[in-house]
Design a protein around this ligand. Structure first.
Ligand code: NAD
Length: 353
């Protein structure tokens, strides 16, 4: 049994689907179901015999303690977070609360549980913290990619909160001996990503004939990784990573935001031509840049490649085509997460909190 937090979000749900498909082990999912958490992401495994869902907060130590005592997981994987940079600029406190205080409370509950295990179970136990490359700050165009030893220089309230959580994870390993693993991953894309993030936002707006808002000159570079590749890397780190270590995960796919938007437009021109035949690129609108917007992220993945024999499998062009097709095929999902009806459905099924 493993315990996943934040499993109803974009990456957590992809991880649980992959876990149930590729392993024989049960998984319990603790998720608060914030605006970003959608049980519908896991609708296909809702009744799966190896899947258990619990609605709750990583910061609620009583709930976490009870889950740990009941299910005795051999590992905890922490995906739960406030994850959107723009929201962290308009409301940073929620990011400190969940990403910093929540992670710390989770760590403490896990530590207390871990201390009660026998020596063998203690040794085998893992706490895997899912983090971001944004903690490293920004790179010049010609600078070497981020390695695991790159200095922490977070520039947004989001990345600052993730950096703080990474430091607490490190401290719990160093001070208390809790067997932790931390991963710092580049930008993910794929099915079920909330349409506030770049790729689903562009697909969603393009399909509605709305403007495609590109921050500043659009030449910010990100290293894109398909979410399924991220999940396979996490499974590999969980099984073979060395406790106390951190692992960078990337897609070997550096693209400017503008390139990404053009790729989406070209694909949609083929799949859903606009009335009148004009390209979707005509919808691109440059808007005022995000304050403090990092210019470039890039991942040096040589450590995970060398030590754990992991590399990304999904090429960017194939991955983006599959992602666009998913959004075309799942309009009901998009409608439900953007219309607010989903919130009513969720409260009806799980009770308002
Ligand atoms: P997401 O916003 O899609 O999902 C977050 C999930 O966490 C939601 O289901 C939400 O309901 C849940 N949650 C929020 N606060 C909670 C709390 N207090 N207790 C329990 N559950 C809570 O995020 P995502 O994009 O899936 O990212 C998952 C993790 O991966 C995050 O930690 C993020 O920092 C990290 N990460 C994301 C990316 C990316 O490109 N999306 C890249 C690298 C790392």
């Amino acid at each position: 049994m493993i315990l996943v937090t934040g499993g109803c979000g974009f990456i957590g749900s992809a991880f649980i689907l992959q876990w149930l498909a590729r392993t024989d082990e049960p998984v319990v999912n603790l998720d608060l179901l914030t605006y970003a958490g959608h049980p519908g992401n896991l609708a296909e495994v809702e009744s799966h015999p190896r899947y258990v869902f619990c609605r709750g907060d990583i910061g609620d130590t009583a709930t976490v303690a009870q889950l740990l005592a009941t299910h005795q997981p051999r590992a905890v994987l922490n995906f739960a977070a406030e994850s959107h940079v723009d929201r962290s600029i308009s409301g940073p406190l929620a990011f400190a609360q969940t990403n910093v205080v929540g992670t710390l409370q989770l760590l403490q509950a896990v530590l207390e549980h871990w201390r009660q295990l026998d020596a063998q179970s203690q040794q085998a136990f893992r706490f895997l913290h899912v983090s971001t490359d944004e903690v490293f700050g920004t790179l010049a165009a010609d600078a070497p990619a981020f390695s695991e030893t790159h200095r922490y220089e977070p520039n947004s309230p989001y990345s600052a909160s993730k950096a703080a959580s990474d430091h607490f994870v490190r401290a719990y390993q160093h001070t208390f001996g809790l067997p932790t693993l931390t991963t710092n991953c580049s930008n993910n894309y794929g099915p079920r990503q909330f349409p506030e993030k770049l790729i689903p936002l562009m697909i969603h707006n393009a399909l509605q004939g709305k403007a495609l808002p590109v921050y500043g000159d659009g030449r910010q570079v990100r290293d894109w990784l398909h979410v399924d590749d991220h999940c396979s890397a996490l499974r590999q780190v969980l099984e073979a990573g060395r406790p106390g270590e951190t692992y960078n995960i990337g897609g070997r796919s550096e693209r400017t935001n503008l390139e990404v938007v053009h790729t989406i437009c070209r694909a949609l021109d083929q799949l859903r031509p606009r009335a009148g035949g004009e390209s979707h690129t005509a919808l691109i609108t440059h808007v005022k840049d995000r304050p403090g917007h990092d210019r470039r992220y890039a991942i040096d993945d040589s450590k995970i490649a060398r030590e754990l024999q992991w590399k990304p499998e999904v090429g960017f062009d194939a991955g983006i085509a599959q992602t666009i097709q998913w959004y075309l095929d799942n309009d009901a999902w998009v409608q439900s997460v953007t219309s607010g009806s989903y919130r009513q459905w969720m409260d009806k099924h799980y009770g308002a909190q």
